[in-house]
Design a protein around this ligand. Structure first.
Ligand SMILES: *Cc1c(COP(=O)(O)O)cnc(C)c1O
Length: 430
């Protein structure tokens, strides 16, 4: 693309388009992508960047994967979309079958929606409708730990961390929910009985109004990249059962291998009542999410002629389901635990030298997630161009610089990402 065209497009972008969490009057820079393949983007100005982000957890097999491309070409010639009310099709049915086979055995019923946030809305509605069907219409609120992130729509926002989620700005519009402390950090840190006591006391006080407890299993993602001991999940399951509260796992970020298991749930010994998946579901090709639940919830809602009150226009979109089927076939063709364990070793060796820098407070890795926590927040206006100059695509937030590369990344590329992080931390704070 010639320079004039690049300039024209970049200028229009700045004038017309809102990007995630940015200002229209003082936007951070946005780089024009022309092509992407494997673990690399090619910018319109000719530069090539190694991708450290999987485009926010989603592009797990790399960009322009031949198998997913081919499946989509085929489906587009058959049909791209038909309404899901009254009609069905093979891509959706096959995807349902795959999801039920992959997820914990008790999860048997699948609801497709357009995005992660919507799948969370659906999960919350399922919980409320379930209790309604059981003659408990007062159970319409949710308990959740602080530092969580569940999406940007209103009900999802109501269960996000109140500070990160800016609840003060929306205080008249958001349903007040019941917050507990975030699980103490450290994947191997012994359980803190006081933490479980806090949850027990909260449940004891509020259970008559609580439909569910929603949590990201093992890793709290956008709320701070916090890793916690999976044994808390076993204890929380028991408390939920004791107080008649449904357990909802948000696996939108952690699902499909990211934490070293196919689902983060598998680090524990229990199963949730409802699970949300999204992000990597289509290999990062097209937006699609699913809310998967057990017979108890699905049949409870459907008791005595009940129907579940949700039905998005693009529910079960055939192209999205086709991309997901091709992506899940790839996931199953890898030995995912071995592959992701290898990436964890590479991330640990690439990132641990950062600990020698004064501004680095912690380095932690779990599966294909590597986190460098700084003592000060970064300035995106300043740091983003520094990463691009180093030939890498890394997008920090706050005090966190983190990597979650596509699973097809090579050790040499992770080493380059690690070197870039060290150099950029020094340049940014110099
Ligand atoms: C990204 C994310 C969501 C929201 O998904 P969208 O597709 O962006 O709506 C919800 N929960 C978790 C844990 C996420 O990481």
């Amino acid at each position: 693309m010639n320079q004039q065209e690049q300039q024209r497009l970049t200028e229009l972008d700045k004038q017309l388009l809102w990007h995630p969490y940015t200002s229209m009057s003082h936007p951070t820079p946005h780089f024009l992508v022309e092509r992407a393949a494997g673990c690399e983007f090619h910018l319109a100005d000719g530069r090539t960047l190694i991708d450290g982000m999987s485009s926010w957890w989603s592009v797990i097999h790399g960009y322009s994967h031949p198998a997913i491309n081919q499946a989509l070409h085929q489906q587009i010639d058959d049909f791209s979309h038909v309404m899901f009310g009254g009609l069905t099709h093979k891509p959706a049915i096959e995807l349902g079958e795959k999801l039920v086979a992959m997820t914990p055995p008790s999860l048997t019923r699948v609801f497709f929606s357009d995005s992660g946030s919507v799948s969370v809305e659906v999960a919350l509605k399922m919980a409320i409708q379930y209790w309604h069907s059981q003659g408990q219409p007062n159970k319409q609120h949710f308990a959740t730990p602080r530092s969580g992130y569940h999406g940007d729509t209103f009900a999802a926002m109501s269960v996000c961390d109140p500070v990160n989620g800016m609840h003060s700005m929306f205080n008249q519009a958001l349903t007040p929910q019941c917050f507990v402390s975030p699980p103490p950090t450290g994947i191997d840190t012994p359980l803190d009985p006081n933490y479980l006591k806090e949850i027990r006391e909260t449940f004891a006080e509020h259970h008559e109004h609580l439909a569910g407890f929603i949590i990201e299993p093992v890793v709290q993602n956008a709320g701070g990249m916090r890793f916690y001991n999976p044994a808390y999940l076993d204890e929380i399951r028991a408390l939920c059962d004791e107080f008649n509260i449904l357990l909802i796992f948000d696996e939108i970020a952690t699902g499909f291998g990211r934490t070293g298991k196919l689902f983060a749930t598998e680090h524990s010994n229990i199963e949730p009542d409802i699970m949300c998946v999204g992000k990597a579901l289509t290999g990062g090709y097209i937006t699609l999410a699913a809310t998967i639940t057990n017979d108890r919830v699905a049949l409870g809602i459907s008791d005595q002629g009940g129907v579940f009150m949700h039905g998005p226009t693009f529910m079960g979109n055939a192209l999205a389901c086709t991309a997901a089927n091709a992506s899940l076939d790839l996931v199953q063709s890898y030995d995912i635990e071995t592959k992701v364990a290898q990436i964890q070793v590479w991330l640990e060796s690439a990132l641990s030298p950062c600990l020698d820098l004064d501004l680095v407070r912690d380095v932690r890795c779990l599966g294909a997630i590597g986190v460098v926590e700084l003592s000060h927040p970064v300035d995106l206006h300043k740091i983003q161009p520094l990463f691009v100059e180093k030939g890498v695509w890394i997008r920090p937030f706050g005090r966190l610089i983190y990597l979650m590369p596509p699973y097809v990344i090579e050790q040499e590329q992770i080493t380059k990402l690690g070197h870039a992080i060290q150099a950029v931390i020094q340049a940014h704070f110099a």
